[in-house]
Design a protein around this ligand. Structure first.
Ligand code: BEZ
Ligand code: FE
Length: 284
């Protein structure tokens, strides 16, 4: 069955109003847009019927979305945060960035990534004075066949020992940077241990979490984005083994394969070693 026949078959069994609204988009020449709008209308109508949505509930929903839009200014994106806490961001990552067996799984990017940040040399301290327990991070970048990805670009960013990102504190760049793996695909740097933190709760999404008794906390994690010519760029986290929020991550980003132990060292610091495997789907 081609797309148009499928659309006709779906409309055939539908309530007249829903079918009428979907038909109003029939002249949309972009077939994908027509498909998206048709499915959106169908699911929205189904939702309203299924829950018997009241006028008052719809008014409150519009109020909520309006407040989320108003709150989305500058670096703040409340609607992305809404997508995060509803699990939509994670669903999209899982659907669109599935990797072959053996490759490192992806997870959400989050709002605190910055492009074009300071480049560091291997072994450098990226903390730039940020508070926290010192640690070293090391790892290898490989492909699924086990071959090292020489000179892979490794971008890292994380919260400090108080659970804050530099962009939330306006104290300059801390706990983030770009490194280049060596010829053997190895990288290492110094930083502080990333502590858990709550997603922003001073907007409508915070109200939603509070009124539903949900936790706003994310388990401690290191964000990593790794790129190498010819490989799909990997955006992921490394989570801390034993973190109390692993089971209740506010944005559902945890994957078991991404949990690792920060090993305590005799001098009171910690060391993390984590290897990343990029999927070989060509990116150009
Ligand atoms: C983060 O991990 O940085 C993040 C992800 C989603 C919402 C808020 C923060
Ligand atoms: Fe984060």
């Amino acid at each position: 069955m081609n797309t148009q026949d499928k659309e006709k078959a779906v409309v055939a069994g539908m309530a007249p109003l829903t079918a009428q609204v979907i038909a109003s988009f029939a002249a949309t020449s972009d077939a994908r847009l027509r498909c998206l709008l048709g499915a959106l209308v169908r699911h929205l109508h189904e939702f309203v019927r299924a829950v018997e949505l009241s006028d008052e509930e719809w008014r409150r929903a519009i109020e909520f979305l309006t407040a989320a839009g108003r709150c989305s200014q500058g670096g703040r994106q409340e609607l992305v945060l809404l997508s995060d806490v509803l699990g939509l961001s994670t669903l999209l990552v899982r659907q669109n960035h599935a990797v072959p067996l053996g490759a490192t799984e992806a997870t959400v990017m989050g709002p605190f990534y910055l492009p074009d940040v300071t480049r560091f040399s291997l072994g450098d301290d990226i903390a730039n004075g940020a508070p926290g327990t010192p640690c070293t991070v090391s790892g290898m970048v490989r492909d699924v066949a086990g071959s090292p990805l020489a000179n892979a670009t490794v971008e890292v960013w994380q919260a400090d020992g108080t659970g804050h990102y530099d962009v939330q504190l306006n104290e300059g760049q801390r706990n983030r940077g770009v490194l280049q793996a060596d010829e053997a695909g190895a990288f290492n740097f110094r930083t502080v241990v990333a502590e858990p933190y709550p997603v922003p709760t001073d907007g409508p999404v915070g109200d939603l979490l509070r009124s539903t008794g949900r936790s706003a906390w994310r388990p401690g994690h290191l964000h990593v984005r790794i790129s190498a010519v010819g490989y799909e760029t990997l955006t992921t986290h490394v989570f801390r083994h034993g973190d109390p929020y692993l089971e209740s991550d506010a944005v559902f980003g945890v994957r078991n394969s991404l949990i690792a132990a920060w090993q305590p060292q005799s001098d009171g610091t910690y060391a993390l070693h984590f290897d990343f495997v990029l999927s070989g789907q060509r990116n150009g």
